[in-house]
Design a protein around this ligand. Structure first.
Ligand code: HEM
Length: 146
């Protein structure tokens, strides 16, 4: 059954990871802009709405879908050779991506409660983390270097 559905599962894995990655690249950008406006301003309140919608309506469902389709791929016979190293590097990178997602949702709560104390630069640097992880993940699944 899983073997027959394999191309479909992989297609939906890629569709959902594109949505997840789009959000995870954009959310810290919103935090950078949010740092630039005064607490309590109309702009600040608007950023809160944008951040909540991006996280709850796009990123959370997309992350769950990526995991569900990814796990189905893992369970498909013949897809993963457990002695190859690339899979473990991908797994660790995906766990770190999920951890970053969790950290970004915690930062959103700080903005929501007007409690953010991190500087703009922090979010500029944080923005690079998912980019590097995504590059590692894609190289692991496509090139499978080891
Ligand atoms: C969330 C947990 C995830 C699991 C359990 C998972 C698992 C898998 C598995 C088993 C495959 C099949 C590998 C193969 O065909 O050799 C795969 C393919 C792929 N995954 Fe993931 N993955 C996850 C998340 C991600 C993320 C976050 C990204 C990107 C940032 C990603 C990118 C890809 C790509 C590009 C492919 C290859 C598609 C193709 O061959 O056309 N995955 N994934």
């Amino acid at each position: 059954m899983l073997i027959r559905l394999y191309p479909w599962i992989e297609a939906f894995h890629v569709i959902s990871l594109i949505a997840w990655m789009a959000g995870i690249f954009y959310l810290p950008r919103l935090y950078v802009y949010h740092c630039q406006v005064p607490v309590g301003s109309v702009e600040s309140e608007r950023f809160k709405v944008m951040e909540r919608r991006l996280l709850k309506q796009i990123m959370n469902p997309a992350m769950i879908a990526t995991w569900v389709f990814g796990i189905l791929l893992v369970l498909t016979p013949g897809i993963i050779t457990w002695t190859e190293g690339w899979w473990y590097v991908k797994l660790v990178s995906v766990l770190m991506m999920t951890g970053f997602h969790g950290a970004a949702s915690k930062w959103r709560k700080d903005f929501l409660n007007d409690r953010n104390r991190r500087p703009e630069r922090f979010y500029r640097v944080a923005n690079e983390v998912p980019t590097v992880l995504m590059m590692i993940i894609v190289i692991m699944v496509i090139v499978k270097p080891f």
